[in-house]
Write a protein that binds this ligand. Structure first.
Ligand SMILES: [Zn+2]
Length: 253
């Protein structure tokens, strides 16, 4: 039993425990090119949060990883078979219920550990922060924690070389053989301002990619996945420790 994983722990251990930080991994259930499992973001969130927590726990951090939320915002993929959408307003409701428990039980630090680009917690955190002033709530996109071009030759956005490498390392039995991999070719918006990145609209996924991937997975390897996983989790593990140690009344210098 890993004591930092709530789903594996028990009341005998926990009834007198003092937890500083709760970590809530958040994934999505969606197609990832032809070859990766629908649960790709769930596996990434699960396994990265667990490893980061292990590293922090070994340095004395008192933290607990909550069960991973399996559904993310997939409003742009409504026509992709069995992509399951959870609306942002539902995410607010889910978070509100979890934060209410943590706040009542005096666990004042919550980190949302996000695996899915469509999830955006900023406005939710702003609103919950006002409602629960004692809570310190933050979210991390682990996939933005490192410069991907150091680890990958052709990084993309979704089911790309990075995610394919990670899954080859983490869940090799769930990755289809290479002859099934799509090229993950992405169509760009014709309007210049969108290409420059300062105007945003939701992309209808089926119009920008034929195989649901964005980014060519061709150069993915297990070895790249392993070294990236180690690098990310050592960074996120340090974040978990830093958050445990931090005095939320005295955060700035
Ligand atoms: Zn993904």
């Amino acid at each position: 039993m890993r004591p930092y994983i709530l789903a594996e722990n028990n009341w005998k251990n926990l009834k007198n425990a003092k937890i500083e930080l709760a970590v809530l991994p958040w994934g999505a259930t969606e197609a990832h090119n032809f070859h990766l499992p629908y649960g790709t973001d769930i596996y990434e969130a699960d396994l990265m949060a667990a490893e980061s927590a292990r590293l922090a726990w070994e340095k004395g951090a008192k933290l607990v990883v909550l069960p991973t939320i399996p559904f993310g915002v997939n409003t742009g993929q409504s026509d992709i078979y069995l992509d399951i959408n959870m609306n942002p307003s539902t995410q607010y409701a889910v978070l509100n219920d979890i934060v209410e428990v943590l706040n009542r039980q005096k666990i004042y630090k919550l980190l949302i550990f996000n695996s899915h680009g469509g999830n955006n917690f900023k406005s939710i955190i702003r609103e919950l922060g006002l409602k629960y002033p004692k809570m310190f709530i933050c979210f991390a996109n682990w996939f933005q924690s490192l410069d991907r071009t150091i680890y990958f030759d052709d990084p993309g956005d979704h089911a790309d070389e990075m995610e394919s490498s990670l899954l080859l390392h983490l869940k090799p039995d769930l990755v289809l053989p290479r002859e099934n991999w799509g090229t993950g070719k992405e169509k760009k918006n014709k309007i210049e301002a969108f290409q420059e990145g300062w105007v945003w609209s939701e992309r209808k996924w089926s119009q920008i990619s034929e195989d649901t991937g964005v980014g060519n997975p061709a150069l993915a390897t297990k070895e790249k996945g392993e070294s990236y996983f180690k690098a990310v989790t050592s960074k996120t593990g340090k974040l978990f420790s830093d958050l445990c140690k931090a005095d939320i009344e005295d955060l700035y210098e």
